[in-house]
Design a protein around this ligand. Structure first.
Ligand code: PMP
Length: 413
């Protein structure tokens, strides 16, 4: 028996569906099991090498096993993994973060993007004294109850069993790039926060129309609603200052994850001192965690932030991503499109343009999965769904971009 198959058979006996996060089980008949990774590549347990455009769904922007990050983790591990006391590292991390992220005077670190949005929404409810939240149709902010809702036949419904009616009733859903639907959702002035993915990265890669985010900002101001920009994907990727800097828009509260931890678990909530000091222990919005601010994530995250802020690391990634996207656009059939933001892109088959989640849902899943399989067979690991996003890292050099374009050309035939 092949090793991947054997591992999968073992895995399903002890791990639900053989995995610890559902997207990983999407690959049929079974996923490959990664042995190690370096730079732009993953190697599975059978020794197959894959050029990686999934990059752990986003954190690995500097490439796998980036030397500065490996050193930071190793040095810290020798000094201990977690202490339950404050550390100098977390102070340095917070200072660097506030220097780079716009509109962030203070942060609280947690352990995932999920935890960050959960805490940010609680904070917004406390600050405004309102309980309802607004989010995007197709927006994803992690796996806590407060955001597990979706739109079905113009109604908000739970997107998971076990989510309470109260959560559903407390959520309004608006369309991306649709300021009118936002105005409508906020006009009663009873919404605590509008939480938005500035680039929708969980229905592929859907970018905001010119001015949309600033229109949303304005509508939030007019209705006393806090504007939360969820930078879990876009933070330190679209630019060092994230989507706020790239699109020139200001959030009241930002949430981060992925890149901010340099490949180790992290979530970050950032805002003004006035808003942040509502969190415990200064205020009474409860937030706590055994592993919050843990030295390993702080060390890896700080190394990532410092590397991204030095030289022209992001510029290089962006220009190679643009080159790749241009090449893809030239090769795609006329009924299909590629949508991109800096260092991320997705292809939609059977869709000439995609402006929101409903457009993305019209794309041809079957054609995408055929394309995806051909890419995997030729040694390129793309995220296994057209509702995910392809990412590029600093290790995706010109040679890799060229060979990827060749492989895409073959896969499209
Ligand atoms: N927000 C956004 C925009 C995300 O894309 C994700 C994860 N893909 C999350 C929040 C949740 O982050 P995590 O998986 O670290 O909990």
């Amino acid at each position: 028996m092949m090793k991947n198959e054997k591992l999968y058979n073992d895995a399903v006996k002890r791990l639900v569906g053989g995995v610890n996060s559902p997207i990983r089980a999407t690959i049929s008949p079974y996923p490959f099991f990664t042995d190690h990774a370096k730079g732009a590549y993953l190697w599975d347990v059978e020794g197959n090498r894959y050029c990686d455009y999934c990059l752990a769904y986003g954190p690995i922007i500097l490439g796998h096993s980036e030397p500065a990050i490996v050193k930071a983790i190793r040095d810290q591990a020798e000094k201990g993994a977690v202490y339950g006391t404050p550390t100098p590292l977390e102070v340095r991390y917070a200072e660097k973060f506030c220097e780079l992220a716009p509109n962030v005077e203070m942060i609280r670190t947690v352990n995932s993007g999920t935890e960050a949005t959960m805490a940010a929404l609680r904070l917004a409810r406390a600050v405004t004294g309102r309980s309802t939240i607004a989010m995007l149709n197709g927006g994803y902010h992690g796996s806590h109850d407060g955001v597990l809702t979706k739109r079905e036949d113009q109604c908000v419904v739970a997107s998971s069993r076990g989510v309470t009616e109260n959560q559903v009733r407390g959520t309004r859903m608006v369309g991306f790039n649709d300021a009118e639907s936002l105005e409508d959702a906020l006009k009663r002035e009873d919404v605590a926060a509008f939480i938005v993915e500035p680039v929708m990265g969980n229905v592929g890669c859907v970018v905001p129309n010119d001015g949309y985010l600033n229109d949303a900002r304005k509508i939030c101001d007019e209705t006393g609603t806090l504007f939360i920009i969820d930078e879990t994907i876009t933070g330190f990727r679209l630019s060092v200052g994230g989507a706020q800097e790239y699109y020139g828009v200001d959030a009241d509260i930002v949430t981060y994850g992925k890149i901010a931890g340099g490949g180790l678990p992290i979530g970050v909530i950032g805002s003004s001192r006035e808003i942040m000091e509502n969190f415990t222990p200064v205020g009474n919005v409860y937030n706590a965690g055994t592993f919050s601010g843990n030295p390993l994530s702080m060390a890896a995250g700080l190394a990532a932030l410092e590397t991204l802020n030095s030289g022209a690391v992001l510029d290089k990634i962006h220009s190679r991503a643009e080159q790749l996207v241009r090449g893809v656009r030239d090769m795609l059939p006329s009924d299909s499109c590629v949508k991109s933001a800096p260092a991320m892109f997705q292809i939609y088959f059977g869709c000439e343009d995609v402006r929101n989640a409903d457009d993305a849902r019209r794309a041809d899943k079957g054609r995408f999965m055929q394309f995806w399989r051909k890419m995997l067979d030729s040694g390129y690991f793309l995220p296994p769904s057209h509702f995910e996003t392809n990412f590029l890292s600093a290790c995706h050099d010109d040679g890799i971009v060229d060979s990827t374009l060749e492989a895409i050309g073959d896969a499209l035939k």
